[in-house]
Design a protein around this ligand. Sequence first.
Ligand SMILES: [Zn+2]
Length: 466
Amino acid sequence: MIEIYNTLTRKKEKFIPLKEGEVKMYACGVTPYDEMHIGHARQAVVYDLIRRYFEYSGYSVKYIRNFTDIDDKIIKKANNQGKESKEISEYYIQQSYIDLEKLKVKKATHESKVSECIEEIIQYIQVLIDKDFAYVANGEVIFSIDKFSEYGKLSNRKREDLINTEESRNKKNQNDFVLWKPSKPGEPSWNSPWSSGRPGWHIECSVMANKYLGEQIDIHGGGLDLIFPHHENEIAQSEAYSGKQFAKYWVHNGLIMIDGAKMSKSLGNFLTVKDALNKYLPEEIRYVILIHKYDSDIDFSEELFLNARKRMAYFYTTIDKLNNLKEGSNEPATSFHLKEKFVEYMNDNFNTSKVIAEIGEIFKELNKMIASGSYSQSTIDDFLKEFREVSSILDLFNEDPKQYLKNLKEKVLDIDESYLNQKIEEYKRAKENKDYSKVDEIRQELKDKKVSIQDNPDSITWEMIF
Ligand SMILES: [Zn+2]
């Protein structure tokens, strides 16, 4: 049985769906006003993987991810560039699809845009006004947190700990939040009973979840930084609207730090997915994300990626060997029980970190077997069958190993392979002629190009320097 850490109850709980065999999941998506950064990518990878695992476990999953395509930041950028907001948001939505496809994130069941839900938002806000959870003042509609007695239950904040995150002179209580606001000239606007304006951020997610999944959902996901006020406000709106519990399980993924500091544009330690893809292979990025438990923070550093590069090369080199083994010896067949362990660890709050560690342990054993030549072919065949099943869910180690290692060479080496082979020949000749200054010169030249020459007793080979 799958167990999930639920932020709402602050404990790990057995997953019991609202409707047997089905999972309704909503995760907050991006505001498309700029290139996607690596934190967004992590979140997308995490919920995509959770969805894949539920499907693997036999559930039918309805997963909604949204684009907040109406937002101050989009409007500001559009005005600065003399463009329509829609032009900006559509451009970055397309860019995010390009990035996510490279990282093997599947599309959600539906990817909803705020701009396609304005009618529903207006009707929804009207219900909140009619039920007396919201009030109208100078064209604004504001949610009254005093009317929702459970306000603060997700973030575990008491009234005195609340902080005002939104300025408005129309608020009765400074911690109330805005559902609808009048648009300024030049901003996108829609007619409503209260003003020609646009929705606030929080109401958008409540309405989109309701529109595509209904009043109650199984899982609501998002980054840890969204717990307050965004998710707290979503709960207040949704539960005030329906009178029912909104999401049964609140799941939060950890954040990305860069070299020990919170990622921030103004501090210059900011990594977009495109920058990361320039430096690293897509699967190296996926690996770095998945070797961490989804709810822990990740400190991105050069060292972390170099280590990922080495490990991925090791895994693929081993897979390549396994695929090309000759007949094994007469050892008795054994099993590594990978599938069983995969299920055990994934059922325990989706612990991909343990799954990958387990694969690492098994690969160590397999390499010993290969080196000694004593293995049963059926052990290897059974393992590969289970491994392919697991790696297709993780979408790691799932490429053709030869192709992967070729891509890696192209990424790492600052040198063309035919030129490299020519240099190795020159090296051999220089050695035969005992021209040691030439030997050193070639060794250094290749080292600068990230190639290390391996002088073995009976052969000369080379390795990439990571
Ligand atoms: Zn949201």
